[in-house]
Design a protein around this ligand. Structure first.
Ligand code: ZN
Length: 370
């Protein structure tokens, strides 16, 4: 099949499944016409297992795009965390969502539930990012209990039932017998499992439907084999994508930023903060430097020494001496240094010393330029 024919074929299957979906849910949709959008299939998802990625075709905009395994779940977790109003990146996130024309009502609903379950969601993200696939049964539990996390309202009900425990129950039902409490906890867990299974059935039947396996032409690999699903949008891939993360079939890991609790996705374990905070921290550092003329010159001298001498001894000597005076004029304890100038006692003295130093290296540079 040619690429163009392929896209026409995708349009056709989206149309077919939509037709069946609306017919099967006719009664419900007549009663709840406002829920029509919830049942609208728009996207073909191809699971390219060999290259660990999802290929998407959006039938509404007629565009194709790709996400590596793990990226879909990361984006959903990230929006859940950022939709909580006290997150430092909340406003930025909302602006972006509005730009993508996500309806205000959907956003408000998302904000409401995410705020309610914020701590729980963060705890789960933390567990997922730590998970190193040694305990497979544990990973499977995490997946089963959280695969519908993006449908926060239903997931929340499930979550409450799953977390029902003897201790909590005894606190409220202190006059119950041990046996009765045990029974009640067991029945909560059972109800959670049922809710989970029901949700999965509805989900697979209506929102993420397996169609067939297909081979499609690809510029990079020649041909790609993949299972084809019809879905509402890329977000409905979450459940399968989360599974890939828990199976360790991903290149990058989800990290939790200790400053703002936002998530970021990276294979560099040295990066401690999210890109927003990294940018913010650099900005703050720079602003402080601008407020302080002496340290601004200090930084400029470092730059020009690095450019002129490529770093080396001169640079190291300058940094040590300049930092020595900086500590001195701030009133910090410094051990006396015979080679340094005792007369530098105030910030003005220090600034003067830096200006002289700067003038000196400028003069020295001139002959080089000829
Ligand atoms: Zn951050």
């Amino acid at each position: 099949m040619e690429w163009n024919e392929m896209l026409q074929y995708f349009d056709k299957i989206i149309k077919d499944y939509n037709f069946h979906l609306i017919r099967e849910n006719e009664e419900f949709l007549n009663k709840h016409p406002d829920r029509k959008e919830d049942f609208k299939l728009t996207t073909v998802v191809i699971d390219d297992e060999e290259h660990r990625r999802w290929l998407f075709y959006d039938g509404e905009t007629k565009t194709t795009y790709m996400n590596h395994y793990g990226e879909v779940a990361y984006q959903i977790f990230d929006s859940l965390v950022k939709s909580v109003p006290d997150n430092p990146n909340h406003e930025k996130f909302m602006e972006k969502a509005r730009k993508h024309k996500i309806p205000e009502s959907v956003l408000n609903e998302c904000v409401k539930w995410a705020a309610l379950y914020r701590d729980k969601i963060l705890q789960i993200v933390n567990e997922i990012s730590k998970n190193d696939q040694k305990d497979t049964l544990h990973a499977f539990d995490i997946w089963r209990q959280n695969r519908h996390i993006m449908y926060t309202k239903i997931w929340g009900r499930e979550e409450n039932l799953y977390s029902s425990s003897m201790e909590d129950m005894l606190e409220f039902c202190y006059d119950w017998t041990q046996e009765k409490v045990e029974e009640a906890v067991a029945s909560d867990h059972e109800e959670a499992e049922e809710l989970n299974d029901d949700m999965e059935r509805v989900f697979k039947k209506n929102l993420f439907i397996f169609h067939d396996t297909i081979v499609i032409p690809d510029e990079e690999y020649g041909y790609i084999w993949g299972k084809v699903y019809v879905a509402r949008d890329y977000g409905d891939t979450f459940s399968f994508d989360l599974l890939r993360i828990l199976q360790g079939r991903v290149e990058k890991k989800i990290h939790l930023c200790p400053r703002c609790s936002s998530l970021f996705y990276s294979n560099d374990s040295k990066k401690r903060y999210c890109p927003d905070c990294r940018q913010e921290k650099n900005k703050i550092r720079q602003e402080k430097r601008m407020e302080n003329p002496a340290r601004k010159i200090h930084k400029n001298i470092i730059d020009s020494l690095r450019n002129t001498y490529g770093g080396g001894t001169v640079l190291d000597e300058f940094i040590t001496e300049s930092n020595y005076y900086w500590e001195c004029v701030q009133g910090k304890q410094v051990s006396p240094h015979p080679g340094y100038d005792d007369n530098i006692q105030t910030k003005e003295d220090y600034l003067k010393w830096l200006e002289d130093y700067q003038a000196k290296i400028r003069k020295r540079k001139k002959p080089d330029k000829g």
